[in-house]
Design a protein around this ligand. Structure first.
Ligand code: UD1
Ligand code: UDP
Length: 363
């Protein structure tokens, strides 16, 4: 009955933690393989400490590289491990290169595959994540979805509906389980922030990889900093290019290293607004009721717009939209997407246990 989970990058950890915890509560044998796609303390290890994840049974230590090199290194490492472990099921999360690499290896070895966060679509194949999502879903035997639109997308792609399970959002399980730890005052006082502030995160290739995009982005973010102090925990990907584009020169823009999960969401919880190109942060702001301005032309998470606080904005329009949001009262109530209730991990664990034929001990 062995279930093997594969994680690789920062957004995988808050999705995997509740699934592993729920399977543990059922007593299912499981192992966690970390590919090492992300490896810095602030990008990976801090999540293991803060989210109560077990120490990985194996860390492949693949590190950074081009898409092909990184994906190939993960596949090579995983093939050997899967052959050795012979798992009943491999579980992958989200849309990063580690996700699709594990999916390909499992499929070729005819090991059943479960995809947590299946069916999200931006319909933008310039995003590497969209390619990873489409391929992983085609190869999966169990597809766990976070929002109703996912089933429609999977249906259009010919995925049999009996493989799809609408379970809610495990990333939100983690957020709700840790809500009491999100102490905005502690983090703002450590950062020396006194009044209103916004939080920003930026790492999408479409925003940070090209020098002209980076320059336009810096201009847009500086225009928001003219309105309100900003804390920007900066992902390593964009650092050099954004620095070259002058990011660090605005006195009300505090650029810091990536924050731990608890510190980051504490900061978001107390913020007047969030500016981001992250996937997960669009969801987290939706639950925390913090206005989210997403610097992207599209989103694979439309439920955060229809049911949440999210708005898509272009770089040129960012500061005007930010001014509007900052002038408005913060909402005291807001809708919550269906099943984002803190129990997705348990729902996933029940389906997995039945799938691998694990008889849950009575009582
Ligand atoms: C990856 C995911 C992206 C996700 C993001 C979350 C893919 C294709 N992309 O993008 O979907 O939103 O993670 O954060 O899988 N680096 C470090 N330290 C680390 C990790 C990375 O310095 O611990 C630097 C390296 O210079 C590396 C660059 O960041 O080349 C990019 O890392 P990589 O994992 O390839 O992609 P991300 O941009 O992080
Ligand atoms: N996050 C964090 N510290 C930071 C920035 C983000 O802990 O400094 C968390 C965030 O709360 C969310 C996850 O990292 O849980 C999202 O990861 P990221 O934005 O890197 O990836 P994406 O969701 O875009 O794939």
């Amino acid at each position: 009955n062995l279930v093997v989970h594969v994680t690789g990058a920062r957004p995988n950890f808050p999705k995997a933690a509740p699934v592993i915890r729920a399977l543990d509560a059922l007593g299912l044998p499981q192992e966690l393989i970390h590919t090492g796609q992300h490896y810095d303390d602030a990008m990976a290890k801090v999540f293991f400490r803060q989210l109560g994840l077990p120490k990985p049974d194996v860390d492949l230590g693949v590190g950074s590289g081009s898409h092909a090199r990184q994906t190939a290194a993960i596949m090579t490492g995983l093939e050997e491990l899967f052959l050795d472990r012979d798992p009943a099921l491999v579980v992958v999360y989200g849309d990063v290169n580690s996700t699709v690499a594990a999916a390909l290896v499992a499929a070729k070895l005819q090991i059943p595959l479960a995809h947590v966060e299946a069916g999200l679509r931006s319909f933008d194949r310039t995003m590497p994540e969209e390619v990873n999502r489409v391929v992983t879903d085609q190869l999966s035997d169990l597809l766990f979805t976070t929002s109703p639109d996912a089933l429609v997308h999977l249906g259009h792609e010919g995925v049999p509906t009996d493989r799809v399970h609408f379970v809610g959002n495990p990333m939100i399980d983690t957020l709700l389980a840790n809500l009491d730890r999100f102490d905005a005052e502690r983090v703002t006082s450590e950062l020396g922030i006194t009044g209103d502030y916004a939080v920003a995160t930026l790492h999408r290739p479409g925003n940070v990889d090209d020098p002209a995009d980076a320059a336009e982005l810096v201009k847009a973010v500086h225009a928001v900093a003219d309105l309100v102090e900003i804390v920007l925990p900066l992902h390593p990907r964009g650092r050099a290019r954004l620095e070259a584009a002058g990011l660090f020169t605005h006195e009300r823009l505090k650029v810091v290293d990536p924050l731990g999960y608890v510190e980051f969401l504490a900061l978001v919880r107390g913020a007047r607004a969030v500016v981001t190109d992250s996937g997960g942060v669009q969801e987290e702001t939706t639950i925390l009721g913090v206005p989210c301005l997403t610097l992207r032309p599209n989103t694979e998470r439309p439920v955060t717009i229809t049911h949440g606080t999210n708005r898509l904005v272009t770089r040129p329009e960012l500061s005007a939209v930010a001014a509007e949001v900052l002038a408005a009262d913060r909402a005291s109530t807001w809708p919550v997407p269906p099943l984002w209730d803190g129990h997705a991990g348990e729902r996933i664990a029940d389906v997995i246990a039945a799938f691998v034929g694990f008889a849950v001990p009575a009582g």
